[in-house]
Design a protein around this ligand. Sequence first.
Ligand code: A2P
Length: 335
Amino acid sequence: MKQYKIAVVGATGVVGQMMRKVLEEKRLPVSEYVFFASKKSAGKKIIFMNKEYEVRELKEDSFDEKFDFALFSAGGETSKKYSPIASKSGCIVIDNSSAFRMEKDVPLVVPEVNIEDAKNNNGIIANPNCSTIQAVVALKPLDDKYKIKRIVYSTYQAVSGAGKYGINDLQNGIKHFEKNDKYQLEKFKYEIFNNCLPQIDVFLDNGYTKEEEKMINETKKILHRPDLKITATAVRVPVMNSHSESINVEFEKSFEEKELIQTLKNSKGVIVQEDITHEIYPIATKATGTDEVYVGRIRRDYSLDNGLNMWVVADNLRKGAASNAIQIMEYLMEQ
Ligand code: A2P
């Protein structure tokens, strides 16, 4: 069996660390791993699969040694600069940043939804935004069966999605709350502890945030439904990990609730948690550490003809980032 050489770019970051964890769990046919980060981390020692590795500084000649795959999660600017260099060297880049997601010749892939798109790559495959990934895993089987007309997203997103500085802001908020003293915010404009912040990423001219725009545009691209009507409100909440989403959907066709729930139950990557008599529904703490997308609170929206509400939860660092990227790589290895 072929053995692959893999680069992990941004290996010291929150997603990079999760990539290392998922790679350790999966034990893929890999002959060599190389971990890259910024100059700041060069020489740092990390333990991976019981072996010590030294983190290398990412440089323009880093890909001269020829890799089969590079998993990028080092921010948009790093991707813009280094992904083309990596792909020119013959390596397939799976990029977690938003740098290339909406480019025509770059597939935007969620394995449960559109894995076939991954084959049509020119050396770069984009990993979608975390909140989009979990939404489309739940929406795709429903779109196939009932044809979606309109989606209203409202998200409740964890701080881990904002990287280590986001996590620090919540941890510092918890620590300083009892003492009621001031602390320095590292990521957010306002305290995330004790707050819900209706801003994720920067504001655009149309009043939406970039995160909201990503959800709208990426959903259309992944589902191959450019005609879909979608709106979104993305909110950061004081949750350490796993994003929760309220998704309101309007379908073209009518549905029976029981059959719709069964459709979700039969769908790859979805776990239905729907038992309100026992107060069972998806929650962030239970989704954390897993690769599935949890769907519950599934109920008809009586204000529409064919309307549905559901609550969708997933681990944003795993399914929303590291695991999704690695699943794409696994698929390409198998081809
Ligand atoms: P470093 O730890 O050396 O700064 P997070 O999203 O958790 O903040 O992590 C970002 C990741 O991207 C880190 O691994 C970080 O490395 C890496 N990174 C940031 N800038 C660069 C760069 N210019 N070159 C390579 N890696 C980078």
